[in-house]
Design a protein around this ligand. Structure first.
Ligand code: CTP
Length: 241
């Protein structure tokens, strides 16, 4: 037929798309933009054999790093433990703990763009035991980990020009995400619903709302690579207008 899924775009449209892609890429390259993306979970060790962590796959962050690099942004990906392959053309730093992620983040500054997708484990044991804890004496106190997003947003000396946070929520998503944005002082926050197992954590798919100033922009359910491309394009537009 004349219209529907599967119909090839017209050669003119394809030409225009490719032309725009390369002209954006050239503009970005000339601007020499740099980005930092944090991704994945962190592991907080209790003793040599035990740790606490969470279920993040790192997928959304890896895809955002891949997209930014494709647009010609010099991109560093700092990743907690993840089974994913390193994206091409990305400076890749692997870490385990939140403290290591924070230390590597500080080393990478200054950057123009920071995108914090990492599911940093909020707590770490107050004391790391060098020897394996015996099961009859298991009594652990936890303390808060440093908040990397907040550190970047409130860094007066080397604040990235654009700081983007993520908010993984199970309920009252927009309300909690807005609160998080205000509390952490980031420029945009990307909210997603992690109560739905078909999107979010450990899924190939996601659906997000990007909150900036008073505007909310929705990206409907799609592959994480598609969502990443949309977010990366929006970031790029912010620098080429
Ligand atoms: N974040 C961070 N460092 C932390 C905790 C969170 O950089 N120690 C960042 C995440 O990468 C994300 C944003 O803060 O961009 C929000 O993370 P989220 O886990 O949704 O929120 P929390 O601050 O942990 O709050 P809560 O768990 O109470 O929802």
């Amino acid at each position: 037929g004349e219209y529907g899924e599967g119909k090839m775009s017209s050669p003119d449209q394809i030409y225009e798309f490719i032309e725009n892609y390369f002209s954006d890429r050239n503009i970005i390259k000339k601007k020499n933009l740099s980005a930092l993306v944090t991704a994945g979970p962190t592991k907080e060790y209790i003793d040599p054999v035990r740790f606490i962590t969470n279920n993040s796959s790192g997928k959304q962050g890896y895809e955002i790093a891949r997209s930014l690099a494709k647009f010609g942004v010099k991109t560093t990906l700092i990743s907690g433990p993840s089974a994913l392959k390193k994206p091409e053309d990305v400076n890749f730093i692997k870490v385990e703990t939140a403290d290591q992620m924070y230390a590597e983040t500080k080393k990478i500054l200054p950057v123009d763009i920071a995108v914090c997708t990492a599911a940093v484990t909020d707590f770490k044991p107050e004391k790391y035991e060098n020897k394996k804890i015996k099961k009859d004496s298991l009594n652990i106190n936890f303390k808060r980990n440093i908040d990397i997003l907040e550190f970047l947003s409130k860094n007066n000396l080397q604040r990235p020009k654009l700081v983007v946070g993520f908010a993984a929520e199970t309920n009252d998503i927009i309300k909690f995400a807005k609160e998080k944005k205000n509390r952490k002082h980031c420029d945009w926050i990307v909210a997603n619903d992690v109560s739905n197992s078909k999107i979010g954590f450990n899924s190939e798919y996601n659906a997000v709302s990007i909150i900036h100033e008073d505007k909310i922009e929705k990206i409907e359910k799609n592959l994480k690579s598609y969502i990443a491309n949309k977010i990366a394009k929006k970031i790029i537009n912010n620098f080429i207008q």
